[in-house]
Write a protein that binds this ligand. Structure first.
Ligand code: ACM
Ligand code: ZN
Length: 615
């Protein structure tokens, strides 16, 4: 008896002692189209009343919202639409033309919060914005009250296609992690998960029709104890123990999970190249009969290719696509088409016979023919195909969507030709590239895309012809996983750069502001940490802005990409420490000065000493 009494008092005390939060400004990513803050406030107390209008309380999105509020210690109680509530969630009776299918209006008024949209998806995004207005540690701290400034937000996306890609072939990631990936995409209003499911290094889909895809194609010799670039070749009798594939139940669960968060999963089945996993299982589908093995480590040039002259290849692919269509309800199916080395086709009697029979000019056109066969087949099933930009070289029907990765130009050319296009140029969107000084980062495939660089991404740069612009559906970031073998490392490469890509795809170009964004990221890091995501702190390489004062003197402004970095420096060739001069604003230096910099962030010395000679 006594014990129970004590417990109740403790719970009441704890409930009464919850912290109070007073929010004065917001750090919303992606930046909303229109946001105005007003004088008054509204205070959300422990158990807000929530009403829903035109939104069934059993709809996946309504369930998501209620569950998420509970997770954030908001203890919501659902009341009828007629009753006065603290948070009113409305799907409009009459569509508001300003906000389209995915936009929303969020109002904080003195008497409550109102989220409204034309669709459930819009409501979902209004809710994501609301969450970002609450304290970052809301899931960990019990707030007794949260006071918000009165404000109105009207928001809608710049692009319809706001994607993130995930390669689960080079390394396999469990369904649980894919859900975590989906969660963070949804938090930042991305709506397409490009799921790269087949490649030289593994086949990740379940197949009833071709079981060797799973017994053989899903497994490779394990070299995860060696750097990807230096993996030693497999021995003849070595067992293939690394890999796996999703079950049908897992795929169905992922598709539903994503849909409840407004995300369409687009499966990619890569043809005709990047197919070692297929050929290891079914070597007869190659031009030379094999044998092939599921690749480990770097495999370049990727010469394995499906024989386009062999009718069995078409039978196989159609059966595989039947299974894919059964599993994925998406409008789009990605059929790959990149980096297909066609040397094998040149020496193959069947492929050459196909070229002649179909009156094709060359092997490029043979790839076009094969891709179109699959496109026609999938069209009959109501699907739209996507191909990497190389597919333009073999000719595709105008209905095929082109994914432009070798720069923006191939996408621009395809859009001019009348194709719809998705932009993901390596220069901005390849999140497997380094994101800070490679000397202090985990090994990556190469390149350098800092947060600031990713933030420069614009799928439709100013001056783009309006016909071309109208054909650009949007863009996406790509996460290839050769060098990424754990969920925490995948998160590290994705975050926070995915947030930059999200703002580039959602926010109007003239509302983007790098300096504002970089400050918002500091708040977003707290949000990511509270949800258990790993992220990169950013690039601490100092950048200089030099202005000439006179013949000998220049004025030097220094900053890193990360705000709140303390810059300690010396100009006498000594090694800077935390006792050295601290940079507080632009300094005048003689030309030729040798400056050494120690960046310190969050109490930690970052990277190492950076040295520059001021020119
Ligand atoms: C690609 O990165 N090969 C599409
Ligand atoms: Zn062939």
């Amino acid at each position: 008896m006594k014990k129970t009494y004590f417990l109740i008092v403790l719970v009441l005390l704890l409930a009464g002692c919850g912290r109070k939060a007073v929010i004065t400004d917001f750090n919303i990513v992606p930046e909303p189209v229109f946001m105005v803050q007003k004088e008054g406030v509204f205070t959300l107390h422990g158990s807000p009343k929530v009403s829903m209008v035109n939104l069934g309380q059993n709809s996946p999105i309504a369930k998501y919202i209620m569950k998420s509020m509970r997770h954030g210690h908001l203890h919501p109680s659902l009341v009828s639409a007629a009753e006065k509530s603290d948070i009113e969630i409305v799907v409009n009776d009459t569509a508001n033309p300003e906000i389209g299918d995915e936009g929303y209006v969020l109002e904080v008024r003195s008497d409550g919060i109102r989220l409204s949209a034309n669709t459930e998806q819009g409501v979902f995004y209004a809710y994501q914005t609301l969450v970002q207005m609450l304290p970052p540690d809301i899931t960990q701290t019990n707030y007794s009250s949260i006071t918000l400034p009165e404000c109105t937000i009207l928001d809608y996306p710049r692009f319809a296609w706001r994607g993130a890609h995930l390669d689960v072939c080079r390394h396999f990631f469990p369904a649980k992690f894919v859900k975590k990936y989906i969660d963070v995409m949804a938090n930042y209003k991305l709506n397409k998960l490009h799921f790269h499911l087949t490649d030289d290094h593994g086949w990740r889909l379940p197949s009833d029709r071709y079981p060797k895809l799973n017994t053989i194609g899903s497994w490779r010799v394990d070299r995860d104890d060696q750097p990807w670039g230096q993996a030693t070749p497999p021995q003849p009798d070595e067992r293939a123990t690394y890999g796996g594939f999703y079950t049908r139940e897992e795929i169905a669960d992922l598709v539903d999970y994503a849909a409840a968060r407004g995300i369409e999963i687009i499966p990619e089945i890569e043809i005709p190249g990047h197919c070692c996993a297929i050929l290891a299982a079914y070597p007869k589908l190659s031009c030379d009969g094999g044998p092939y093995e599921v690749q480990i480590g770097p495999y370049w040039p990727p010469k394995a290719i499906l024989c386009a002259g062999n009718d069995s290849t078409l039978v196989f692919l159609k059966a595989v696509f039947d299974e894919v269509v059964e599993m994925f309800p998406s409008q789009y199916i990605h059929i790959g088409g990149d980096e297909a080395v066609k040397d094998m086709w040149k020496g193959c009697l069947f492929c050459q016979r196909r070229i002649r029979a179909e009156h094709l000019k060359d092997e490029e056109q043979l790839q076009g023919w094969l891709m179109r066969q699959m496109e026609d087949y999938l069209k009959e099933k109501g699907k739209t195909v996507i191909g990497w930009d190389e597919v333009m070289e073999g000719g595709m029907s105008k209905d095929a969507v082109i994914m432009s990765w070798r720069g923006l130009q191939p996408g621009m050319d395809a859009a001019r030709d009348g194709h719809r296009v998705i932009m993901c140029p390596t220069e901005y969107c390849y999140l497997d590239y380094y994101q800070a000084d490679p000397r202090y980062q985990p090994a990556s495939i190469g390149g350098l895309i800092t947060l600031a660089k990713a933030y420069e991404f614009d799928p439709v740069p100013i001056g783009t012809n309006s016909y071309v612009a109208a054909n650009v559906l949007g863009g996406q970031c790509n996460l290839w996983t050769e060098y990424i073998n754990t969920p925490t490392h995948a998160e590290y490469m994705l975050l926070p750069r995915m947030l930059a890509i999200s703002e580039c795809l959602w926010t109007p170009q003239d509302k983007k502001d790098w300096h504002h964004f970089r400050r918002k990221i500091e708040d977003q890091k707290d949000r990511l940490a509270a949800k258990g995501y790993n992220y990169c702190e950013g690039s601490f390489t100092p950048h200089f802005r030099v202005t000439r004062i006179d013949d000998n003197t220049v004025n030097v402004a220094i900053e890193t990409e990360v705000p709140n970095t303390y810059i300690f420096y010396t100009t006498d060739l000594s090694t800077p420490t935390r006792s050295s001069s601290i940079y507080i604003g632009p300094i005048n230096l003689e030309q030729g000065t040798h400056i050494k910099i120690l960046p310190v962030y969050n109490g930690q010395e970052r990277d190492s000493i950076y040295e520059f000679v001021i020119k």
